[in-house]
Design a protein around this ligand. Structure first.
Ligand code: SAH
Length: 306
């Protein structure tokens, strides 16, 4: 089968069957590192809502919300914005039943609805504010070896790549089609989207990878038990948005983006009521989220507005 089909089947099984996040799981994401991440995304959402004239009703859509941590932190911080909570219809795009349960628990104090697909948002007639952290990397990619599409084949008792050899091209038709649909939705409803993920603006190459228990593993052994991802081509996202007539800001490094939103001030504020150990944890989280050698550069942020 084509590599993309393999990735799609494996990930559907992988996410449906487990909560992969955190120290005891396979990988850790920014919202799970510190509440400050979701708080900064919350300030971005509030700013966007104010910029579009504080509509009395809007859709706040998160794609791939994991444990619901980002949304919970975002909602706690935006309580300070008069009218924001009353106006927000919270929608979570999530296919995993296990993670839906986690999200339900994390957001039990809020009215939330779930959807399986972007098309379920089409019927909601209100401005749209969308966030997606580490969602697009999970969507399938295809690869070529010297012009031939790479497939995964079961042969002599094991899975292998055909043709073998160096990957000469990687592309993401599902991710691109998804981005076109997102941009058309934004154009139709007006609003904004913030996409955060690891990826590149130039280069790329073979970025298909599998992670299990915080280590890289072979994507072809034990299918459906490791997280299969690929780096996001941010230049492609930007070009898609522009071709649909959407305004684009970025991509910017996650470190720069969070600093510009005031994460340093927030850390200092939290440190005021913290003991020495908690202060060290805050410093460590700040470095992990923003450090150039950590998530600050590899992780990128792009904003779409319409
Ligand atoms: N945003 C969260 C979780 C990232 S993990 C965080 O930052 O912690 C990827 C998330 O996307 C999970 O919630 C997973 O179930 C969801 N997901 C992956 N593929 C999906 C698909 N095709 N459709 C809908 N959700 C998907």
């Amino acid at each position: 089968m084509p590599l993309g089909r393999y990735m799609e089947i494996c990930n559907a099984h992988y996410y449906a069957a487990r909560d992969p996040l955190g120290a005891a799981g396979d990988f850790t994401t920014a919202p799970e590192i510190s509440q400050m991440f979701g708080e900064m995304i919350g300030t971005w959402c509030a700013d966007r809502w104010l910029q579009i004239g504080s509509p009395e009703e809007f859709t706040l859509l998160e794609c791939g919300p994991g444990r619901g941590t980002l949304m919970a932190d975002l909602l706690r911080i935006t309580k300070a914005i008069p009218g924001f909570h009353e106006a927000a219809r919270i929608v979570l795009l999530e296919t995993s039943p296990v993670l839906r349960e986690k999200q339900r628990a994390a957001l039990r104090d809020h009215k939330v609805q779930w959807v399986d697909d972007l098309k379920d948002v089409e019927a909601l007639n209100a401005p749209l504010i969308v966030i997606a952290n580490e969602f697009l990397d999970a969507l399938p990619v295809e690869q070529e070896v010297s012009g031939a599409q790479r497939v995964v084949k079961f042969e002599d008792g094991a899975l292998g790549y055909h043709p073998s050899g160096k990957v000469t091209k990687e592309y993401a038709p599902v991710r691109e089609a998804w981005t076109v649909r997102l941009c058309n939705l934004l154009k139709d409803k007006r609003g904004a989207a913030l996409i955060i993920d690891y990826g590149y603006e130039k280069g790329g190459g073979d970025t298909f990878q599998a992670v299990q228990k915080h280590e890289f593993v072979d994507p072809l052994t034990a299918p459906g038990t490791a997280d299969l991802t690929a780096h996001v081509d941010f230049a492609a996202l930007r070009d898609i948005a522009k071709s649909v007539g959407i305004d684009v800001l970025g991509p910017a490094g996650q470190g720069r983006f969070l600093h510009d939103l005031g994460i340093g001030l927030r850390a200092a504020q939290l440190a005021k009521n913290a003991n020495t150990e908690q202060c060290q944890a805050l410093d460590a989280a700040l470095h992990r989220l923003c450090g150039h050698d950590q998530m600050g550069h590899l992780f990128k942020v792009v904003q779409f507005t319409a």
